[in-house]
Design a protein around this ligand. Structure first.
Ligand code: FCB
Length: 466
């Protein structure tokens, strides 16, 4: 049997704020990331998405590079405030036209678009009205989703509602390092609930269209391994799974919160506050596929000394770094681990294990690997970008994916992060992920890296040569 199914898609991914630029052009409204990144000290070297890598103006050149590479699918996100500058209401037709042209250009080159509706750039106008803490944002999201279905659904078959809820909620509302920079676990849990409701409503709206396609949700896949086999470390790891993983998958794939944890959040803070029918809505509108973003695993140790009952009863954050429930577990360095320059452990086996965990817990849901990649400072030798560590990283993860497929997982596509070097949310341009290099000293000129040619060959051989 062939290692990769015939219709398996070889793709690559990006997100609007990280590539587009043109942050206030052609009628676009500002997003929370436009506003946040303009506040001094919030991002590395005060980088912002005003220009990013100018994909807004150079998308045809970028798509030509994708086509030459043989890319079969491109995952990108739509900037909500580019379509609806105030978040709802008046439509910005120039913004609608941009993505319409992008989709046409992709299809003309036989590249299947995969749309992410929300990759973190909430319209600032909605943030001013409470953002995800306000249930009205979920209603606005459905209006935005319907607009996208109506304008692009004739051509786009693959849709995802949200990207990595744990990250934009965790950093937005607990560590405070992303907008809206809140430090309050109770508020995080409530905002997160509204995201889940928005997702279910958008799936419901999708099913009421006649789009011949599928809709899913994209989550971080982060396996946890106990530091030792002590009962304490194992219990800490189970808790990390519940908080960091099950909380974000169960509502989407089962229509229920993990019970024990829910009891605790209700007891401590009285959240999430659900309206009658919310959980039934989630149960009745489960998605067609799950997108997994896999980069690393975390090693977990018990962190005695504090218990959840000692947590501040208003839900206020007590220290940075962990998403709530401080004191019960901590992420530590794996003494045997191999780490990237940004201290992310390289652990390809985690991709196999994580996929099999999803299959065991949630059944045979179709899977796309919607992100996977190495953030590094790429060496330039004689003018060429020789990113061998990236090639090694991707090769090992494709091996891991092949193993999961051999074990019966229904994986339908692989989208390395990222197609092109782009703006990291907090790390500026020094953390590179792309197959294509962008020269910021030469008017953002594009240059193919060694990994570009390598991936071209992977695609051409349907994964055989790698
Ligand atoms: C993920 C995000 C993506 C990118 C990668 C490195 O958390 O989805 O936008 O920043 O990490």
């Amino acid at each position: 049997m062939a290692a990769f199914p015939d219709n398996f898609l070889w793709g690559a991914a990006t997100a609007a704020w990280q590539v587009e630029g043109a942050h206030d052009e052609d009628g676009k409204g500002l997003s929370i990331w436009d506003v946040f990144s303009h506040q001094p000290g919030t991002t590395y070297q005060d980088t912002n998405g005003d220009v990013a890598v100018d994909h807004y103006h150079r998308f045809r050149e970028d798509i030509a590079l994708m086509a030459e590479m043989g890319l079969q699918s491109y995952r990108f996100s739509i900037s909500w405030p580019r379509l609806l500058p105030a978040g709802r209401g008046e439509v910005n037709e120039a913004g609608v036209a941009f993505y319409s042209d992008l989709i046409d250009a992709l299809l003309a080159n036989n590249i299947e678009p995969m749309i992410t509706l929300y990759h973190w750039d909430l319209p600032q106008a909605l943030q001013d009205e409470g953002g995800w803490e306000s249930r009205a944002t979920a209603t606005a999201f459905v209006e935005y989703a319907r607009l996208c279905y109506a304008r692009y659904g004739d051509r786009v078959k693959r849709w995802a509602t949200f990207n990595e809820t744990i990250v934009f909620i965790g950093h937005g509302y607990i560590t405070g390092s992303h907008p809206p920079s809140v430090n309050n676990t109770a508020r995080a849990i409530q905002a997160c609930h509204h995201v889940f409701v928005a997702h279910a409503l958008a799936v419901q709206a999708f099913r009421n269209t006649d789009i011949q396609g599928e809709i899913g949700f994209v989550n971080v896949l982060q396996p946890h391994t106990p530091l030792t086999q002590s009962a304490e470390d194992i219990a800490a790891t189970e808790l990390a799974d519940a908080i960091h993983t099950h909380w974000f998958y169960d509502p989407i794939l089962k229509g229920a919160y993990p019970e024990e944890l829910l009891e605790q959040t209700q007891r401590l803070w009285g959240v999430p506050q659900c309206e009658p029918g919310d959980m039934a809505l989630l149960r009745d509108n489960r998605c067609d596929f799950i997108g997994l973003n896999y980069y690393r695993r975390e090693t977990v140790a018990a962190n005695p000394g504090e218990t959840s009952t000692q947590a501040n009863h208003s839900g206020e954050r007590q220290s940075a770094g962990e998403f709530g429930f401080k004191g019960l577990f901590k992420f530590v360095r794996n003494p045997q681990g191999v780490y990237t320059d940004w201290d992310w452990e390289i652990w390809p086996q985690g991709l196999t294990d994580g996929i099999m965990m999803i299959k065991a817990r949630y059944g045979d849901i179709p899977i796309y690997i919607t992100e996977n990649g190495l953030g590094a400072k790429d060496p330039i030798v004689d003018g060429e970008v020789v990113d061998d560590p990236r090639i090694d990283y991707l090769r090992m993860h494709i091996d891991a994916l092949e193993n999961a497929i051999a074990m019966g997982a229904d994986v339908r596509g692989y989208y390395p992060w990222s197609f092109i070097d782009l703006l990291s949310w907090l790390n500026g341009y020094k953390k590179q992920y792309g197959f294509v290099y962008v020269d910021h000293t030469q008017n953002l000129a594009r240059k193919r890296k060694k990994s570009y040619y390598w991936y071209q060959n992977v695609i051409a051989s349907h994964g055989e040569q790698r």
